[in-house]
Design a protein around this ligand. Structure first.
Ligand code: ATP
Ligand code: FE2
Length: 354
């Protein structure tokens, strides 16, 4: 007997659908009976991500308008669902449970995802697992071997230094104003570069010809917390004054990533953990990866970073965590109990599946 978990992601700019298969279900149990049982010793079957497809809202020059993003999601949802089933080689009746990211995020986007999920769950008569998007960014780390890491979660809306301790993901440090991705995107938008700006800024930074001359920028870190708004103002001023966008992109990356790496290093020292895991969309940046790697080598710490397809917003990580939760008996059969939680924080989630 094989089980398939369908994952749905819709917290912000990306609508994603994924199918995860977990073979190795103990014999003699129907999937739902089995799901209520605790994990067994020796039950080491690993979930397999069979398909992980998505479509993101992008713009040439402006930012993200939530209502427009919702419209985008409703237009691509059915097509992505079919594509995900086809790539996984299954039909919809083989789906046993649907996991979706119900928190945190933009309410219109979350609602679009939830409506899609409820309609489908009703039609297929399957339970639903509500997954916190941020926790999913962290939990996918164990698919690349991280066991008990300090996590540098660097994405659009979030920038946190997180580690697991007694039943929860504790936030040791975080941004005091903007998420690092939103900060980079805002600067990029100001420079007329469109959304998302992170990859474009990375290219510009790589094209910088004055790498030996770092432009002086505010470096703002307190303990393990960071802040970007002073830096934002300074960058805009320098751009207005005619500084080269390549030079600014380069110096900005050097300064911002140094702040993140310093905060992560403090958390490693504080917790005594021996692994660093990089996660979230900004983790796609090869310079950030390189700086983390150097710090880890110097400290004798192991460094982990999932593949790009699992770093950016994606449904694979939602299905992956959804399956772990399902296995621990965390799911909802009564669809009336399923709701969105746009502001749920990483450390509010009780991690009872570990
Ligand atoms: P959150 O997890 O906080 O809800 P999110 O949903 O906005 O964040 P992710 O897909 O995890 O998004 O990350 C998107 C962010 O990653 C965007 O801000 C984008 O600019 C940034 N990003 C993607 N690639 C790169 C890159 N190569 N360099 C820097 N930033 C990048
Ligand atoms: Fe994300």
């Amino acid at each position: 007997m094989e089980d398939y978990v369908l994952g749905i992601e819709s917290t912000a700019h990306t609508f994603g659908v994924a199918v995860v298969d977990w073979d190795g279900v103990p014999n003699g149990h129907t999937p739902l009976d089995w799901a209520r049982e605790p994990a067994r010793a020796g039950d080491s079957a690993e979930p397999k991500i069979l398909s992980n497809v998505s479509d993101s809202y992008v713009t040439e020059s402006g930012g993200m308008i939530p209502i427009e993003v919702r419209k985008h999601h409703s237009e691509v949802a059915d097509g992505l669902f079919e594509k995900a089933l086809k790539e996984a080689g299954i039909v919809e009746n083989q789906v046993r449970v649907i996991a979706f990211s119900n928190a945190p995020g933009l309410a219109p986007c979350l609602l679009e995802g939830m409506e899609f999920v409820k309609k489908l769950a009703r039609r297929l008569n399957v339970p639903v697992v509500c997954v916190n998007h941020c926790v999913a960014h962290l939990e996918i780390g164990d698919s690349v071997g991280a066991k008990d890491p300090v996590m540098l979660y660097a994405s659009g809306a979030n920038t946190q230094i997180v580690a697991y301790e007694s039943g929860r993901y504790r936030v040791f440090g975080e941004t005091l104003d903007l998420g690092v991705g939103n900060f980079i995107d805002t600067f990029a938008r100001y420079a007329g570069l469109g959304f998302p700006g992170g990859p474009k800024i990375q290219k510009l930074a790589e094209a910088c010809e004055n790498k030996s001359k770092l432009i002086e920028l505010p470096y703002s870190i307190k303990g393990m917390d960071v802040a970007f708004s002073g830096l934002q103002t300074k960058l805009k001023n320098l751009l207005d004054k005619g500084f080269d966008i390549r030079d600014l992109s380069y110096s900005m990356q050097e300064v911002v990533f140094a702040m993140l790496v310093e905060a992560a290093e403090r958390a490693l020292a504080h917790t005594g953990k021996k692994e660093l895991l990089l996660g979230g969309g900004v983790a796609c940046n090869s310079r950030l990866q390189e700086m983390c790697k150097i710090m880890c080598e110097e400290r004798g710490v192991k460094f982990f970073c999932p593949d790009r397809s699992l770093l950016v917003d994606n449904a694979g990580m939602i299905a992956y965590l959804g399956l772990k939760m399902f296995k621990a008996g965390i799911f909802e059969k009564d669809l009336g109990m399923v709701d969105i939680a746009p502001r749920e924080r990483t450390d509010e989630v009780e991690v009872s599946w570990k």
